[in-house]
Design a protein around this ligand. Sequence first.
Ligand SMILES: Cc1cc2nc3c(=O)[nH]c(=O)nc-3n(C[C@H](O)[C@H](O)[C@H](O)COP(=O)(O)O)c2cc1C
Length: 179
Amino acid sequence: MTRVLVAYGSSEGQTAAVAERIADVLESDGHEPTLVDLGHSSADLESAEYDGAIVGASIHAGAHQRYVAEFVRDHRETLNRLPSAFYSVSLSAASEDEESQAAAEELLEGFLEETGWDPDGTLSVAGALRYSEYGLLKRFMMRRIASEESGDTDTSRDYEYTDWGDVESFAREFSTLVT
Ligand SMILES: Cc1cc2nc3c(=O)[nH]c(=O)nc-3n(C[C@H](O)[C@H](O)[C@H](O)COP(=O)(O)O)c2cc1C
């Protein structure tokens, strides 16, 4: 059985939900995933003898979580040696505007350049708008951003844009890499 680290940073929970779906797919393919929320604990990538690693982060104010970048930088040699993949969750990836989607891809590429990581696979995936969980200021700010992008501005409900089919294909592809 192959052991796969599924480590992530998530500010409002969507990247965590994606990590859980990836872990479900890996498990159903016969692997042994270990989920680690890098915001709360560190993953012992060096000594735990993982056979592969998937790392995820979300974009806030034009950048991925700094602690995820630090984790990747600290472990880049191992990540570059093992089968590995990175996914980035954002609202830009949900946009119908090609420029916004390209901006999300650029941030993903920038993250890899900045950390010195060359993963086998990448995915830029749409996240969620969780108006009900934002404080007043954040709700106002996100509503303004959504309105600029012709997105959803009814703050009385939440919106999920994640394409779970894409997430599952990404996980399945990785699964074949570590088999
Ligand atoms: C305060 C705030 C700032 C955000 N900034 C960006 C941004 O600059 N670009 C973008 O594409 N998405 C942005 N988003 C959208 C998030 O990437 C999206 O909500 C994602 O689902 C968050 O994932 P998480 O729940 O794992 O943190 C922002 C969201 C919040 C709440």
